[in-house]
Ligand binder design. Structure first.
Ligand code: NAD
Length: 353
């Protein structure tokens, strides 16, 4: 089984090194026969190949079993004609990774401001307000005059249906509740369609309870009582924003694991960015990327019906629970361990338990 590893920008190389440590540890313990092939994307690739991502890299990813993408300094990449392509967009669009699954949960041993909760934000990943993926070529953001910009939002029946289905299927494995988050009071046609489709798909899952919230009010509800929610399904930008909030509520963005999944391919990627403010200091929390790697192994395990991969995925999650409980964590969640030492603590735990 081959996984392509792209460390990325900012804190990416540090957090990916810790993630690789953990992957090597489960590889040994569960005899996964895992091959990790390193390559580059983002600033390093721009310098070397004149582009943040290349078609050759995409080909390599397509022939592998999974991809681990480190955080990218997307904001730096302004002009696609100069090779400054947003790598997240590139892989999500090229591999049709339509479901961005972003769990947020609290941990025993870690105090937070809102009490215990365990939820998953399921974010549509291939259209919505993200102008760089809405059209076949170019962007759906247009400079009409020097003073007028139009950014188009695309919502399609296909994308609504498949993200709804992902959410209901996930809910069936959990507490059987789906919350639809939308702005149908203003975006009446697009988000009206999103709600209708989610509810209609929901009829195929009669054991799953459904409710819905307008996105602005949802921010208050999720801060007030996050334990009310199980699976939250929403469109691209709302999901991007909401999932940063839920991760931070759980303790830190540094716990924000995420999986980008389609029918054929999947990519583990922390929900946060390249955190330039803390890059190169060995203080970033690698758990977000490590939990993303666990999700990728879980996805591969389900697909290939491999018990060992599923066990490895679970073992990583349990190791995170244990070291958090023991306080062997980075400073964003109250500890004093470095990025590298956190990876080593997890790897050691996995070897001995
Ligand atoms: P960010 O998510 O990088 O950081 C926000 C805050 O969270 C910062 O204070 C940072 O120090 C902290 N943080 C993030 N990850 C952490 C971790 N693992 N451990 C501890 N603290 C952590 O957001 P930003 O600063 O607005 O963006 C930086 C760059 O990342 C920009 O270029 C942006 O476009 C890009 N970005 C990329 C992705 C992605 O690759 N998926 C996502 C979001 C932002």
């Amino acid at each position: 089984m081959k996984i392509i590893v792209l460390p990325g920008d900012g804190i990416g190389p540090e957090t990916m090194a810790a993630t690789v440590e953990v992957l090597q540890s489960v590889n040994k313990r569960f005899d996964l026969n895992l091959e990790l092939e390193h390559d580059i994307a983002g600033h390093e690739s721009l310098k070397k190949h004149g582009s943040t991502v290349t078609e050759a890299l995409l080909h390599k990813v397509k022939t592998a079993d999974g991809l681990m993408l480190g955080p990218m300094s997307t904001y730096d990449f302004k002009d696609e004609s100069k090779g400054e392509i947003n790598p997240s967009k590139f892989f999500r669009k090229s591999l049709d990774l339509y479901a961005n699954i972003r769990p947020a949960r609290t941990y025993s041993g870690l105090t937070n401001k809102v009490g215990p909760f365990d939820l998953i934000v399921v974010r549509e990943n291939t259209e919505g307000f993200y102008a760089d993926r809405n059209v076949e070529s170019g962007s759906s953001e247009m400079l009409i005059t020097p003073d007028v910009v139009i950014s188009l939002r695309r919502i399609t029946r296909l994308c609504c249906e498949r993200i709804a289905r992902t959410s209901f299927e996930l809910a069936q494995t959990r507490r059987k509740k789906v919350t639809i988050v939308h702005k149908a009071n203003v975006l009446k046609i697009a988000d009206g369609m999103f709600i209708d489709i989610c509810k209609s798909v929901g009829q195929e899952y009669p054991d799953v309870q459904i409710d819905d919230y307008i996105v602005d009010a949802m921010m208050a509800h999720v801060v007030r009582a996050p334990d009310k929610f199980d699976v939250i399904v929403t469109t691209n930008m709302f999901g991007d924003i909401l999932s940063d909030l839920t991760s931070e509520l759980s303790g830190s963005l540094g716990l924000a694991g995420s999986l980008n999944a389609g029918t054929q391919y999947a990519m583990g990627q922390a929900a946060h960015g390249s955190a330039p403010d803390i890059a190169g200091q060995d203080i970033a929390n690698p758990m977000s990327l490590i939990l993303s790697a666990a999700m990728l192994l879980g996805w591969c395990g389900q697909r290939s019906k491999s018990k060992r991969l599923l066990e490895a995925s679970k073992a990583i999650e349990q190791a995170v629970e244990r070291v958090v409980k023991d306080g062997q964590v980075t400073r964003d969640i109250g500890g004093n361990l470095g990025t590298q030492a956190t990876g080593l603590a997890l790897a050691k735990y996995l070897q001995t338990h």
